[in-house]
Structure formats: C-alpha cells, structure tokens
Design a protein around this ligand. Structure first.
Ligand code: MN
Length: 167
C-alpha cells in the first residue's frame, strides 16, 4: 500500500519534471478563448531566466517563476520576495507555467482563473547552485532582486523564500 503510493508519487514527480503533466494542470484551469494568457508548450532545453509578476487578483500576490526544464516553475508569494537577508517569505507552489508566460503582462478578464492585472515587477537571470526535491539555491541577477536566494520546501505546497547573507 505504502509502496504503491510511493511509486505513484515517483511517477508523478517524473512526469512533472518532464513538464507535460504540469502544463496540463495549467491548461485545465484556463479558457484560452477568453484569457490573453499563453496556451504554451513545454520547451526543450534549459534556460536561466526568472520573472516576478505582480498579480492584483482577488488577493494581491507576486508570482515568482524560474525557467527550468522547459517550463516556468512557479510560486505565489503573498508578501513578495524579500529584498534583504533575514526575511522569510511564504511561497506557495502553483502549477508550472509555459516559458513564454515570462513576458506576460496585462488583464485577465473577470470570471477567468486569476482574474485581475498582471505586471512585470522584476526580471533577469538566475544561476542554479543546488537543487533537490525540497531545496533550491540560486543567485538572482535582476533589477530589484539580486544576490543569493534559497527556496525551502516546508509542507504540502508551502515553501519559504529567503535571501542569504552575502559572503
Ligand atoms: Mn498569480
């Protein structure tokens, strides 16, 4: 029983790491006849860009996205990414987004998933230093965000995003 569950989790994780399964989740939530968002495809190859999209939906949050394995791995950060070390911010993992979502800014119409205004709050490049299922360490080079950051999985969809002290 436990073994079956563990096997299923592994299969899910594998299909997610290929990206396809996770874009199905993205697509299932949206009606592309009504939203200006991209229907997107999983792209091949890596990338090294990040974006933070300020999303004024029913609740204001900041969507933090890293280009990895042909998709944008994504977290909703209610209070926004920390600018200084010593500040921990809750980051709730959400469905992977297509890579071309990285340029998206605009209005998601009322009645659609995530209805509200999206603007690009910051963007740039990142360098991945360490990756495990529960931890990502990376350096950001953006206009507002720069330096060493870490995402730590705590439980369920919850992660913590923090900036590390320089040096
Ligand atoms: Mn959002």
């Amino acid at each position: 029983m436990f073994w079956d569950l563990e096997k299923r989790c592994l299969e899910l994780h594998r299909s997610q790491s290929k990206g396809k399964m996770s874009l199905e989740r993205y697509r299932a939530k949206r009606d592309f006849a009504k939203t200006p968002e991209s229907a997107g495809e999983v792209e091949s190859g890596g990338g090294s860009r990040f974006v933070v999209q300020k999303h004024q939906a029913s609740h204001l949050h900041y969507d933090f996205r890293l280009e990895m394995e042909g998709v944008l791995r994504s977290w909703a950060v209610p209070k926004g990414p920390p600018l200084e070390p010593g500040v921990r911010r809750l980051a709730v993992q959400v469905e992977d987004h297509p890579v071309d979502y990285i340029d998206f800014a605009g209005e998601i119409p009322g009645g659609q998933y995530g209805a509200g205004t999206v603007e690009i709050w910051d963007s740039g490049e990142f360098k991945l230093d360490m990756q495990s299922p529960d931890r990502l360490e990376f350096a950001l080079k953006g206009k507002k965000l720069s330096g060493d950051y870490v995402l730590i999985h705590t439980d369920g969809k919850n992660w913590l995003l923090l900036k590390r002290k320089a040096g």
